[in-house]
Design a protein around this ligand. Structure first.
Ligand code: ADP
Length: 402
């Protein structure tokens, strides 16, 4: 079966077409600047193979529907296309950011599901409306095909109350569902399944710490294959130090900024989400630039690296305490997969807990799942590339095949 995976943002649509027999990517594309005077369409056919063929088009794309139709016209193009007709798509999988407490697993989209995603908009005001745009358009274009919603939050719905409740007035939870939800669930679940394969153990018997370090960063404690704690909270702002997001801060800083600097709540929100994290500390949010700057003696860049990796270490320690037995620690995503220094610093000094890297293995650049711990390490450490599109496609296939 061929599956179309859609990740719809407010002014962009990312998509992939996968052939699920071989799990190969037939095409991978991005429609961006939707609604602007000139939009941009980039499609890679047979990406990362000898036959890779990149096609770029600039044209006005009025809305998400036009964007999707433009993408389909490329996918079905008689010269470069990879499908003859839109009807070749057997199912559509949608990334949906917030499923609130309603969704514990991927779900076939029905009018009730659409209502529930809409009801969760207050929890993800930027993401859920954009995801809904993508779903509405795909339901229109692929009317006869099952559409599946795969939620970023679903994997973490197994967290116990003690992990998901904030110590706030209980009514906030009871009335407004203010609690921790966690995100990146599709990635953590995918990585957990891949790790179980490496450990040659059923996932249901694995205790893991999965560390997703990209622009957004999160860590999950997985007990017997289920998420029991995760670092992102009610929104994707809590926890680790991210590219531009602060992660954990004293909540009284908000009051301080308001009282002493006259900032209103919108400004404070923007600073915490867009001007903090690595960028706030040193003006750069790409770890590659930060390493270059450190090499040139930039002190703030060094502080940014230290603050991020120290926070990582604190969370790893906390999740070891949560789990007791840990079968593996796994790094993934842009920084987690590519940055040996961040991995090294995040685990530095943890030999006493049975964690010891093989610095040579850690320094190697590989695209495959790799063990980077030494033979003496009682807890193996892996690097495993995440693949959220493949994860969504697998989940979609599972749902449509019942
Ligand atoms: P997103 O959260 O947007 O999916 P990614 O997982 O693609 O992000 O991660 C993007 C980040 O990964 C970049 O901002 C950069 O900091 C980091 N990154 C990518 N490649 C490297 C590399 N070779 N070395 C260090 N960091 C890298």
């Amino acid at each position: 079966m061929k599956i179309l995976v859609i990740n719809s943002g407010s002014s962009s649509i990312k998509y992939q077409v996968l052939d699920m027999e071989s799990e190969s990517v037939l095409a991978s594309g991005l429609v961006e600047r939707i609604g602007e005077p000139v939009g941009n369409l980039v499609t890679k056919f047979h990406p990362d193979t000898d036959q890779e063929n990149k096609v770029t088009r600039e044209q006005r794309i009025a809305d998400h529907k036009q964007g999707m139709l433009a993408a389909i016209s490329l996918l079905t193009d008689s010269e470069v296309g990879v499908i003859e007709d839109a009807s070749e798509i057997g199912a559509v999988g949608h990334r949906v950011v917030h499923g609130g407490e309603d969704f514990h697993e991927p779900t076939v989209i029905t009018p009730e599901v659409l209502e529930a995603i809409t009801a969760n908009i207050p929890l993800a005001p930027l993401h859920n409306p954009a995801n809904l745009d993508g779903i509405t358009v795909a339901m229109d274009i692929f009317a006869d095909v099952k559409q599946v919603a795969v939620f970023d939050t679903a994997f973490h719905q197994t967290m116990p109350e003690r992990a998901y409740m904030y110590a706030l007035p209980y009514a906030y939870y009871a009335e407004d569902r203010i609690r921790r939800y966690g995100f990146h669930g599709t990635s953590h679940k995918f990585i957990a399944a891949e790790t179980a394969k490496l450990l040659r153990k059923p996932l249901a018997e694995c205790n893991l710490i999965t560390v997703h370090l990209g622009n957004g960063c999160s860590m999950t404690a997985i007990e017997n294959g289920q998420s029991v704690d995760t670092s992102l909270g009610m929104t994707p702002l809590e926890g680790l130090v991210m590219g531009t997001r602060s992660g954990d801060v004293d909540p009284a800083i908000h009051t301080f900024l308001h009282r002493n600097k006259g900032m209103d709540i919108e400004e404070i929100d923007a600073v915490l989400n867009k001007e903090s994290g690595l960028k706030g500390l040193c003006g750069m949010n790409d770890m590659r630039d930060i390493h270059d700057a450190i090499a040139e003696g930039n002190k703030q860049a060094k502080i940014a690296l230290d603050v991020q990796t120290y926070r990582n270490k604190k969370y790893i320690g906390a999740y070891m305490a949560v789990l007791g037995r840990v079968d593996a620690i796994v790094f993934t995503a842009g920084i987690g997969e590519n940055d040996p220094k961040v991995r090294e610093l995040s685990l530095q000094g943890m030999e006493v807990f049975g964690i010891q890297l093989d610095l040579e293995a850690n320094a190697q650049r590989v695209k495959q799942p790799t063990c980077i711990s030494s033979k003496e390490s009682t807890i193996p450490v892996f690097v495993i590339p995440t693949n959220e599109e493949l994860a969504i496609a697998r989940e979609t296939l599972q749902v449509v095949q019942g």
